[in-house]
Each structure stands twice: as structure tokens, then as C-alpha cells.
Ligand binder design. Structure first.
Ligand code: 5GP
Ligand code: MN
Length: 336
């Protein structure tokens, strides 16, 4: 029996299914979760998506009703659902820590069968089924393959396909990263044939910028962007006070680190944002420069070679100082 058929059989025999994904949701975590949820429903089964925290505003339009509940605002319900579940999907993450400490602990304690479907390298050995495909651009693409390989191509309709389309778009920088293959485009073609309206997806997701968001981006680029020429490294750091000045909501800094990376002569970029006494760090790089290893070694993080994240519990100033002192040791032409 192929992997996909085994997974679908697990769905068909399960009583209570929960779908989880990583903290700080993005297009792929939300897209793959919604695509899988709707596929499960098309098989006549029920499921509940439980994410650690709320979804960024640009994705809100994808959700219907209470398809997604989050641990931060519904802790008791999420704990109960995960405790009772006999099947738990773990999408777009490779270890329990990516759920955050508390929800990660709930996952580890849960008895349900855990099926991981993900494209990050180095999965932890905590799942009952591990479908780990770092060579694939997105978890959303893996969900499409699951639907096809299990012989359910007829189920791949607009409702299931739309979140999966958005997941692929966001994780590939709109089809530009080297993770995109001819297969990605074949599957996208299939989604369009089955009713996904790509112009609507892009407009709904990317053409509803709040004025505050645009002003925050303008401020970040005009006032806060620093380029270390020697090391080809761009840094943008925003304090909580600065974010509040522009009425920051989740998702407002999305894409900013890619913009920093796009500067001529820059091969690595970091975005630091302060919230609730900690600093979230986003890294992007070009070519063979591995920011996941850097984030893992110094900032309790990880991710993909060219897109990674981490966290710092130092102050923003101290984190910037730490980063600045590490950059010459890791980046620049002498390290090529
Ligand atoms: P972003 O910068 O968009 O938040 O994250 C980029 C990528 O880095 C994500 O797809 C994820 O793989 C990874 N990532 C982000 N934050 C963390 C983190 O705190 N820990 C780990 N292990 N990976 C992260
Ligand atoms: Mn992903």
C-alpha cells in the first residue's frame, strides 16, 4: 500500500481527528491545514484545526466559520481535542518545539496516532508516520500529492484547491524560489483547471494593505535598514514601540526581510521584531548560504537553508549587538 493510501485509511478509521501546524502561521501552514481539513470532510469525516496562535490578517479571508481554533485563545478546548484525538496531523513542522512550549507538551503527551507531513529538514523522531520531503517547495504541494496518490483526484475542487494554491504561492515567493519544479507548475495547472481563481487569491491576499502597514514598511526601509557591505548582510530591527506607532497587527512585516535581501550586493538579510519581551528573528539568504544552521546555532531556531527563523530573549539592542558580532564570523566573501 502506498503512503497516501495508508494515510487516507487512517483518516477513514479515525473517530476524532485534529490538524496542527506551527506557531506564527504562514500561508503554507494555514493553506495546508485548510486543504487537508476540507479533503477530510470530502471523505465524510470531521476534523478540527488547532493552531498555536492566530492567523495573519492577509490569510483571514480563506477561513470559513470556525475551521481553525487557536491555543492562545482556546487553550482548554485545544488540550481536550488533542487529548481525545485518535489521529493528529502535524503539518509544516518537524518537531514539537515549533508548536511553542505549552502546545508542544500537549502534543508529546497525546496518545493519538501522529502523522507528520512536512518539508523541513531533520525531523524529530516523535511521529508515528513521518512524511518528510525537504526537496518539495511546500507542505501544501504535499497535500495535493496525498490527494492524488490516494486516488482522490476528483475531490480536488476549488474549495480544497484555493488554500493549497495560496500555500504554494507564499512558500515559493510566488513561484520564484529554486524549490519550484516542473511538478509544482503541473499541480498548479491542475488546480486552475479545477476552478481555483488565481487572480482572486492574489488580490484577496496581497492587495488589501492597510495604510498603516504600508507606512510601517516605508519607515522600516527609510529609517531602519542597515547594510553591512563587507558581509553583504542587511538588518532591519523594529522595537515594539515602533511597531505600535504604526498600529502593528500580525502579518504587517511579512515580506520585509525578502525586500532587504533584494538589495544589490546583499546575500543575507535579517528582520528582528520585538514583542512580549522577546525578539523574533527572520533570516533569508541566497544560494548556498545556510541561515537555518546559523539560526539553530545561535538563536534557538531553524528552518530551510534560505529561509529560517529564531528567537532571542535578550533586549533588542543586545540582540542586535550579538548578531553584529556573529556576522563577520559567518558571512561575507571570506566565508564563501
Ligand atoms: P519566517 O521568517 O517567515 O517567520 O520563517 C521562515 C522559515 O523559518 C519558516 O518556514 C520556518 O521553517 C522557519 N522558522 C521560523 N521561525 C522558526 C523558529 O523559531 N524555529 C525553527 N526551528 N524554525 C523557524
Ligand atoms: Mn512550509
Amino acid at each position: 500500500m502506498n503512503f497516501a493510501k495508508e494515510i487516507v485509511q487512517s483518516i477513514e478509521t479515525a473517530e476524532k481527528i485534529v490538524i496542527t501546524s506551527h506557531r506564527s502561521p504562514d500561508g503554507d501552514s494555514v493553506g495546508s491545514s485548510l486543504g487537508l481539513l476540507r479533503f477530510i470532510r470530502s471523505l465524510g469525516k470531521e476534523a478540527q484545526i488547532c493552531h498555536p496562535d492566530g492567523c495573519p490578517s492577509f490569510i483571514e479571508w480563506l477561513k470559513q466559520g470556525d475551521e481553525i481554533i487557536d491555543f492562545d485563545t482556546n487553550q482548554d478546548r485545544v488540550i481536550a481535542l488533542m487529548d481525545e484525538a485518535d489521529l493528529i496531523f502535524c503539518l509544516d513542522y518537524n518537531g514539537s518545539g515549533r508548536l511553542g512550549k505549552d502546545m508542544g507538551g500537549v502534543l508529546l503527551a497525546a496518545d493519538g496516532k501522529k502523522i507528520m507531513i512536512d518539508h523541513h529538514p531533520n525531523p524529530e523522531d516523535i511521529f508515528d508516520i513521518t512524511a518528510s520531503h525537504p526537496e518539495v517547495c511546500s507542505t501544501s504541494q504535499l497535500i495535493i500529492e496525498l490527494i492524488l496518490e490516494s486516488g482522490n483526484e476528483d475531490k480536488l475542487n476549488q474549495s480544497i484547491g484555493t488554500p493549497l494554491y495560496l500555500g504554494i504561492v507564499t512558500d515559493t515567493g510566488s513561484f520564484r524560489f529554486s524549490s519550484v519544479t516542473p511538478r509544482t507548475h503541473q499541480l498548479i495547472g491542475m488546480l486552475l483547471e479545477n476552478g481555483v481563481k488565481q487572480a482572486e487569491v492574489h488580490e484577496n491576499s496581497f492587495d488589501h494593505n492597510r495604510l498603516d502597514r504600508m507606512k510601517l514598511r516605508g519607515y522600516a526601509i527609510a529609517e531602519k535598514l542597515e547594510v553591512l557591505k563587507e558581509q553583504e548582510f542587511a538588518i532591519v530591527a523594529l522595537s515594539e514601540e515602533e511597531l505600535n506607532r504604526f498600529n502593528y497587527i500580525k502579518g504587517d512585516t511579512e515580506g520585509l526581510v525578502n525586500l532587504a535581501l533584494s538589495i544589490e550586493g546583499v546575500t543575507v538579510a535579517a528582520l528582528l521584531t520585538e514583542s512580549d519581551g522577546k525578539i523574533k528573528m527572520s533570516f533569508r539568504s541566497m544560494g548556498e548560504i545556510a541561515v537555518n544552521a546559523f539560526a539553530g546555532e545561535h538563536f534557538e531556531g531553524g528552518g530551510h537553508m534560505n529561509a529560517a527563523g529564531g528567537v532571542s530573549f535578550l533586549s533588542l539592542e543586545e540582540t542586535i549587538d550579538k548578531l553584529r558580532s556573529l556576522i563577520p564570523l559567518h558571512f561575507g566573501k571570506s566565508h564563501a
